[in-house]
Write a protein that binds this ligand. Structure first.
Ligand SMILES: CN(C)C(=N)NCCC[C@H](N)C(=O)O
Length: 288
């Protein structure tokens, strides 16, 4: 099993993550809180109350976890393609796999990475939703003091299974959308690259960016549901399941609720995934 695909997945994921985290914080707050009038209002309020640091809340854990999550995603994707087509990454532009094979490999990578991503994503969402400024004398301390305290509190209050709250919604979000993600990337690269050649850097950047936008656009409705289910701990509103959360959200806030965070998700997706794919391709070519 080629391990360089796992390492390239990790480094490229980390670069994309740092670039996209401020967008991600705004998105999570818009999806789960009703106090903001829109993206700009959320950005202004976050900056006023919490300074620039507010945008980077909850980032340390994803940085640590991206090592596992992105390397599992890209590693499983690439190794599934290898099993389906018997061609390595280096041979893949000369003997391209079919789109069905790319879709199956993407869905497999998406499905497997969910079980690494779920606890980290839950902790990130809980920390991003704490709007209190960092501890000031006299002000009440935030509920979670940091990622480790957050994980420990969840285990204590909700049991270890609490760390997987929202994992089913995450599976429904990520399995098909990661198939779409890799198919879009491959299709765009092949459209603008002569047969048998490696795509140029500009092509990889644009194809990676649009793969991110397309997959996130499709993923947004389940992303909203996933974030709400993750916030619904034992002390908050509790949903009976994904369908109950969908029905109650739509009843209370209208169908528009499923598109909350769509603009910010797309704005974040382009740079994050352009950088992720560019660094992934280059690391593999460099090691190849
Ligand atoms: C629609 N979905 C869930 C995805 N396209 N997932 C792949 C994510 C890649 C990158 N770390 C990101 O956060 O955009």
């Amino acid at each position: 099993m080629p391990v360089e695909e796992f390492v390239a997945g990790w480094i490229s994921g980390a670069l994309g993550l740092v670039l996209g985290h401020p967008f991600d914080t705004v998105k999570v707050r818009l999806q789960t809180q009703t106090t903001y009038r829109g993206i700009i209002d959320c950005m202004v309020k976050t900056y006023r109350h919490e300074s620039l640091l507010g945008f980077f809340k909850g980032m340390s854990f994803p940085i640590a976890s991206i090592a596992v999550v992105n390397s599992v995603l890209f590693g499983v994707y690439s190794n599934t393609l290898l099993a389906l087509t018997a061609t390595s990454h280096q041979e893949r532009w000369a003997q391209p796999p079919s789109y069905t094979q790319v879709f199956i490999a993407g869905c497999t990578g998406g499905f497997v990475q969910v079980y690494c991503l779920a606890p980290f994503d839950l902790i990130k969402v809980r920390l991003q939703n704490q709007t209190e400024p960092r501890a000031r004398p006299g002000s009440p301390p935030p509920r979670y003091r940091g990622p480790v305290h957050c994980a420990a509190s969840i285990c204590q209050e909700e049991g270890p299974r609490g760390l997987f709250r929202g994992a089913w919604a995450l599976t429904l979000r990520d399995t098909p959308t990661l198939g779409i993600y890799f198919v879009t990337y491959e299709w765009l690269c092949r459209q603008s690259t002569p047969d048998g050649q490696n795509p140029s850097s500009a092509t990889v950047l644009v194809a990676g960016g649009f793969a991110g936008i397309t997959s996130w656009a499709v993923a947004t409705p389940l992303d909203v549901i996933k974030s709400r289910m993750q916030m619904a701990g034992p002390k908050h509103r509790v949903y009976r399941g994904v369908l109950d959360c969908m029905a109650r959200s739509a009843q209370q806030e209208g169908l528009g609720v499923f598109f909350r965070g769509l603009t910010i998700n797309s704005a974040r997706a382009f740079p994050v995934n352009a950088v992720t794919f560019l660094s992934y391709e280059y690391l593999l070519r460099w090691w190849g």
